[in-house]
Ligand binder design. Structure first.
Ligand code: FES
Length: 578
């Protein structure tokens, strides 16, 4: 190749590109450009098929249409336009014939196709096609589009998808979205891409436009609106709540909406509906992450559907729980919170695991009245849940849905506290305590968190070998051995963070990844909060046992790695190298 006129490059002799014999030339960082001779006229295009990267020099040309040989996507050879959905246009380059030489103007490699690739992502989200989503996300990230912007496009889809397809179950989509983002931020490259793509995939599917909600006519005040939301929440009237939330937002009361939803979600009648406060917490985080402008509609719809959910008529124990709570509420609401670090953790844990509801709730009430710092109590609840995951018998049903719910709900009380205030978080403690009581059927042996764990060290030469040992045990689905190995690894003084990242990596590349995202994120977040606690290790042990037991060993590696290679322009080169 020779440089002549600025911006133009000689790429071949005319004789090297006879009709019917396209030629591939490599440019820049291994990019491949295809030269075609169609009826005596020379054309230059990117050689990487925009669909899945197959070399277009292996395609065919008829009537000025270039058709890729792999999945038969076709393009206007001259302008690059693609005739199919879920495949963007082909990049083409100006060509000049100078004597017997072919010159092209490759232009700079600057990325200018963000809008096209966002459209591609929207198409992939609608069709639920993992490859299209992976490719679009890889291209956008590689092109320097900030991750928040990519997630913003996914969020716009989620906001329409949830009302079209799910209702309040859409909380699970929001959970995967925000937890995928949080987990992804711990990784780089392909691991990050797969976390983001996993979030996108879990929220893909139909997304219809909804009728616009309009504010209630004046005069309405915040006092009236908030009272109505509480009443409609109690009565299970989701659509009425949505209009109230919308009206309050338009009257400038946006900042009061999240505390109100938390307040409703922790009402006694939602005992045994742990997903409601948990999803309210994730929804609140989504607002924090993306701002009200992008999330308001989703917040109104899903928030209303969550707190407007009508629970089943309570059975005996739930009825008891609701009655005890109602009696205790005036004391709880009058308590002076956040005054002391001192509390007897062992007796608290004994009460919670006593299978005696009255005792459990009284103990929670006592530590609230004593003013124990809520963050300290939340750490205890998180570690208790992790400890239960570390000890649950796995022979029949380990109860993973319930146990991870205990863990994630407990951890979510930190957001409830931050966004809704201390009293709301204090009420949330009862919901975690109920969950532990309700999960009594799992028959987990009781253990105090102050009890010492095994001191045995893992017999390996170094940290790397230790990590490999644990990961291969996870991959061989050996749930009995993985717990002692994790403890042994930590006892040997090796890095917990490195092991956690390795476990997360192995989870992300397995098809069970999307299910594990919330728990993985909780363990990442909570590890430092538990620093110095004798049960800290149980966070990693519980996670390792959980991911081992539910693992499917069906990896979703190919879409993400191919998408990364595609975004780097490496797929055509690799085909040649083969
Ligand atoms: S049509 Fe070209 S790679 Fe699929």
């Amino acid at each position: 190749m020779q440089n002549g006129t600025p911006g133009w490059v000689k790429v071949a002799e005319l004789s090297e590109v006879p009709e019917g014999k396209p030629k591939a030339i490599q440019m820049g960082e291994g990019r491949s450009i295809a030269l075609f001779n169609d009826d005596g006229k020379i054309f230059a295009t990117d050689n990487q098929c925009p669909h899945m990267g197959y070399p277009l020099t292996r395609g065919t040309i008829r009537n000025g249409i270039l058709t890729c040989d792999w999945h038969r996507r076709s393009f206007d050879l001259e302008g690059g336009g693609c005739f199919h959905v879920e495949c963007d246009d082909l990049r083409v380059f100006p060509v000049e014939i100078r004597g017997e030489e072919i010159w092209i103007e490759p232009g700079d490699m600057e990325y200018r196709r963000a809008e096209e690739h966002k459209q591609l992502l929207r198409e992939g989200l609608l069709s639920e096609d993992r490859w299209t989503m992976s490719k679009a996300i890889a291209l956008l990230l590689k092109g320097g589009v900030p991750e928040e912007e990519v997630m913003g496009s996914i969020l716009e889809h989620v906001a329409r998808h949830i009302p079209s397809a799910h209702g309040s179950e859409g909380g699970a989509d929001v959970s995967k979205l925000i937890n995928g983002l949080r987990v992804g931020s711990r990784y780089e490259g392909e691991d990050r891409l797969i976390a983001v793509t996993t979030s996108a995939c879990s929220a893909s599917g139909e997304a219809r436009q909804r009728l616009e909600v309009i504010p209630l006519p004046e005069p309405v005040t915040w006092e009236k609106l908030s009272r109505w939301v509480r009443v409609f929440s109690f009565e299970g009237q989701a659509s009425r709540i949505e209009r109230c939330l919308f009206t309050a937002y338009h009257k400038g009361d946006a900042e009061k909406l999240r505390p109100l939803l938390f307040e409703c979600a922790f009402e006694p009648h939602f005992i045994d509906e742990p997903q409601i406060p948990l999803y309210v917490s994730y929804l609140s985080e989504v607002v924090d992450e993306f701002g009200w402008d992008r999330t308001a509609d989703l917040f109104f719809y899903l928030g209303a559907d969550l707190v407007g959910h009508r629970p089943q008529d309570p059975e005996r124990y739930r009825r008891d729980a609701i009655n005890i709570l109602k009696e205790m509420m005036p004391t709880i609401e009058g308590a002076a919170l956040e005054r002391t670090n001192k509390f007897d953790e062992d007796s608290f844990v004994e009460a919670l695991t006593s299978v005696d509801l009255q005792r459990s709730f009284e103990e929670v009430g006592a530590i609230i009245s004593d003013g124990v710092y809520l963050d300290k109590v939340i750490t205890t609840l998180v570690l208790l849940a992790a400890d239960r995951m570390a000890n649950t018998p796995v022979n029949v049903d380990a109860g993973w849905w319930n146990l991870t719910m205990e863990l994630n709900l407990a951890a979510s009380l930190r957001s409830a506290k931050e966004m809704g205030g201390d009293l709301i978080a204090a009420k949330g403690l009862f919901h975690v305590a109920w969950q532990i009581f309700a999960d009594r059927w799992i028959n987990i042996p009781t253990r105090l968190l102050s009890e010492e764990l095994s001191k045995e060290k893992l017999d390996v030469a170094n940290e790397e070998e230790g990590i490999e040992t644990v990961i291969s045990t996870i991959e061989s689905l050996n749930v009995q051995d993985v717990g002692p190995q994790v403890i042994g690894y930590l006892n040997a003084g090796y890095s917990a963070q490195k092991l956690l990242l390795a476990i997360g990596h192995s989870v992300l590349w397995d098809d069970t990844g999307s299910e594990v995202l919330p728990t993985l994120r909780t363990v990442f977040d909570e590890w430092n909060n538990a620093e110095g606690h004798p049960a800290q290790a149980q966070l990693l042990v519980g996670l390792a046992r959980y991911v081992t037991d539910i693992r499917s060993n069906t990896d979703n590696k190919s879409a993400a790695t191919t998408a990364m290679n595609f975004a780097e322009g490496r797929t055509t080169i690799e085909v040649f190298e083969e």
